[in-house]
Design a protein around this ligand. Structure first.
Ligand SMILES: C[S@@+](CC[C@H](N)C(=O)[O-])C[C@H]1O[C@@H](n2cnc3c(N)ncnc32)[C@H](O)[C@@H]1O
Length: 293
């Protein structure tokens, strides 16, 4: 592991929450993980390579990919706190036009390590390859597992506006009172966040970045302030940024020096208050047009 990213005193961060440290390295994830103590991480959140020949991976057999995933997952389970969560975000492996949903291959692996699936969140986005012989893929999944039944889950920080916030009970003992939670509703398990394509404010040269707002929702609901978030396939540091924004510690590693440099620059910008991220509560753009269809 190379030198940790310097600790960021809370006062320098553009958030009013407790102190948070970043520790990032240009390293193979198994090497980085080997230095983390057992049960030291509150949330592992990541998106591994999908074995589809992106610039940062070598395409190989699915068997080899699964064996590599198994080794990394075993270590992630070891470092996960007993109240902790692990979120593995994946899409499809595609070969000769045939898709293999990677979460279905990985489910038995997580299960064999004693993890339990709490939600299979569908992340819907609107941009991507246009397919001509099948429907264009417009979702991936975030597979949220916990280590035990006693896990951190805070719903209030991630509630979203109610559809009918002023609706009241019209009969019974609560007549006249609001019938829905005034703090907002549970966001459900279908999440719509724009993916990071060319005109997204967070876009870097990385071909597959997390939108920071997607990770923010996981950080806020699955960790407490002061907790620690780790991304073993960190890319340009989006998960670490989401952690620091909310007063959590952010750890991450990536094997590609170019991405780690960008992650460092983004963390510097975050500390300086100049990093632009898409706000979690901004509605998705809807093109103008007839609304009464
Ligand atoms: C899908 S990308 C993750 C992008 C990240 N979520 C972000 O927001 O930038 C997968 C990343 O895994 C990295 N990677 C591949 N093998 C690795 C390994 N053995 N150890 C650490 N990182 C690795 C790649 O360089 C790539 O950046």
């Amino acid at each position: 592991m190379d030198a940790a990213y310097p600790s960021s005193p809370c006062a320098e961060l553009p958030c009013a929450e407790p102190c948070a440290d970043a520790r990032i390295a240009c390293a193979d994830n198994l090497e980085f993980l080997s230095r983390l103590p057992d049960c030291s991480i509150g949330l592992v959140v990541t998106s591994p390579p999908y074995n589809i020949g992106k610039s940062y991976e070598k395409r190989g057999s699915l068997e080899d990919w699964l064996a590599q995933q198994k080794a990394v997952i075993a270590e992630c389970v070891r470092v996960l706190d007993t109240r902790g969560s692990l979120c593995w975000q994946v899409g499809n492996h595609v070969s000769d036009g045939e898709i293999v949903p990677l979460d279905t291959l990985l489910y038995p692996v997580f299960y064999s390590f004693g993890l339990r699936l709490r939600n299979r969140i569908v992340w819907h986005f609107e941009h991507g390859l246009h397919c001509s012989k099948r429907l264009s893929g417009r979702y991936e999944t975030i597979n949220w597992y916990t280590k035990t039944d006693d896990y951190v889950f805070n719903l209030d920080p991630i509630r979203v506006p109610q559809k009918y916030p002023d609706k009241k009970h019209f009969k019974g003992p609560s007549v006249g009172e609001l019938s829905c939670n005034p703090l907002g509703k549970n966001p459900g398990d279908v999440w719509i966040f724009p993916n990071v394509k060319s005109n997204h404010v967070e876009k870097t040269c990385h071909p597959c970045q997390f939108p920071v707002e997607l990770v923010e929702r996981l950080v806020l609901s699955l960790t407490e302030p002061g907790g620690t978030v780790f991304d073993p396939y960190m890319g340009v540091g989006s998960a670490v940024i989401a952690a620091l924004k909310h007063g959590r510690n952010g750890f991450g590693c990536d094997i590609a020096p170019e991405y780690v440099s960008i992650a460092r620059a983004r963390l510097d910008a975050l500390a300086a208050g100049t990093l632009r991220t898409r706000p979690m509560d901004r509605p998705v753009y809807r093109p103008p047009g007839p609304s009464a269809l």
